[in-house]
Design a protein around this ligand. Structure first.
Ligand SMILES: NC(=O)c1ccc[n+]([C@@H]2O[C@H](COP(=O)([O-])OP(=O)(O)OC[C@H]3O[C@@H](n4cnc5c(N)ncnc54)[C@H](OP(=O)(O)O)[C@@H]3O)[C@@H](O)[C@H]2O)c1
Length: 216
């Protein structure tokens, strides 16, 4: 599959590309194509040095939408609306959102839009035929990047489109030790997104690294 990552030069974009590129072609999108191309070349080279033949290419965010089968929206919540306003071509595409609307005082807290979650906001902004799937909300980018370490977490996947949800769950299950769990409709995405500030606070207050969730 071709997977386009909007904002792919960022932390979680780079982390996801580190793992997804082993079996899929990754199109790293950016507002600055040169930056994305440099990152694509570095990542491909880095993985080759570790014995992995990966293909990561750089592109504009628009090219990442146009050329991909699946699009991952990897931008901060505050840039979401302006980013989507400048892009077209989401019709009939699977759009994965790991976006967590979080704010910070001296701790992190869930700060959702009126729609209830970032995923529901995205649904309101994109064409009706695009299939929005919330996934990858709760695992830190740093953990994604350390490819010698297993990713032994649950990934809760929420969507109103059962076929798209199954495609994304299969994608999740193909990565390391990740286990996809069906979290129900997109209406449930707010709960999944709201777990991330909890994880960040637990890491901060308990001086822990790679805090994550695993359901038994
Ligand atoms: N980081 C994590 O560990 C993690 C884990 C799970 C979920 N998430 C979620 O994933 C999303 C991305 O997080 P991140 O940490 O990867 O973010 P980030 O590194 O801060 O930013 C991602 C990318 O967004 C683009 N960007 C920056 N400013 C922008 C602007 N004003 N308008 C449009 N695009 C802009 C940049 O790409 P260009 O400059 O190249 O365009 C940047 O590389 C967030 O919603 C977060 O909640 C993050």
């Amino acid at each position: 599959m071709k997977i386009g990552i909007i904002g792919g030069t960022g932390d979680i974009g780079e982390g996801l590309a580190h793992r997804l590129s082993h079996e899929h072609e990754i199109i790293i999108g950016s507002r600055n194509k040169e930056r994305a191309c440099t990152m694509g070349e570095c990542l491909t080279e880095d993985l080759r040095g570790k014995g992995i033949e990966a293909k990561c290419i750089g592109a504009t965010n628009q090219e990442a939408v146009d050329d991909a089968d699946i699009v991952i929206l990897s931008v901060n919540y505050k840039h979401l609306e302006s980013t989507l306003a400048g892009l077209t071509g989401f019709e009939d595409k699977i759009v994965i959102t790991p976006v967590n609307p979080i704010s910070k005082k001296d701790y992190f807290f869930f700060d959702p839009p009126a729609e209830g979650s970032a995923a529901l906001k995205i649904k309101s902004l994109l064409p009706e035929s695009s299939c929005i799937v919330a996934a990858f909300n709760n695992i830190s980018a740093q953990k994604w990047k350390r490819i010698s370490e297993e990713l032994n977490y649950s990934v809760v996947v929420c969507s109103d489109d059962e076929d798209a949800k199954k495609t994304v769950m299969d994608l999740v299950n193909s990565i390391s030790e990740l286990k996809a769990l069906d979290g129900g409709p997109l209406e449930m995405s707010g709960i999944v997104e709201s777990m991330t500030p909890l994880i960040l606070n637990i890491a901060k207050y308990n001086n822990m690294r790679d805090v994550g969730i695993k359901f038994f």
